[in-house]
Write a new protein. Structure first.
Length: 118
């Protein structure tokens, strides 16, 4: 499970929600689920982080054709980045594995603009 934090630049970051992954055949991503935190849903500054993740309580599940929600898929390396910067890129399955990672969404930027850090 991964937690997502929102950093408005003032005060401490708040938890946006948690992302969970399920795998098929070992390391192949089979699907994912996401749930907004109650703290984030109660925030007056909240916004849907992706068109496929509306602001609702409860866990949301990806579909069989799109195993990773848009906001998280957009934050993964593309083919060019993977080929030209292999030391800087982590494949999507590794990004969702047991290693510690968080995603920060600065409020000053548009929704969908994410920064990953380990």
């Amino acid at each position: 499970m991964r937690s997502m934090y929102l950093d408005e630049g003032i005060g401490a970051p708040i938890t946006v929600g948690s992302l969970r992954a399920s795998f098929r055949g070992g390391r192949r991503l089979g699907g994912s689920s996401f749930e907004y935190s109650p703290e984030y849903l109660a925030s007056p500054a909240r916004y849907a982080i992706s068109p496929d993740l509306p602001l609702v309580s409860g866990r949301m599940y990806s579909n069989e054709h799109t195993p990773l929600f848009g906001a998280f898929a957009d934050a993964t390396p593309d083919v060019w980045g993977t080929e030209h910067h292999p030391m800087l890129c982590t494949p999507v399955n590794d990004a969702l594995s047991s290693r510690s990672q968080s995603v920060s969404l600065p409020m000053a930027t548009r929704p969908g603009s994410a920064t990953c850090r380990r």
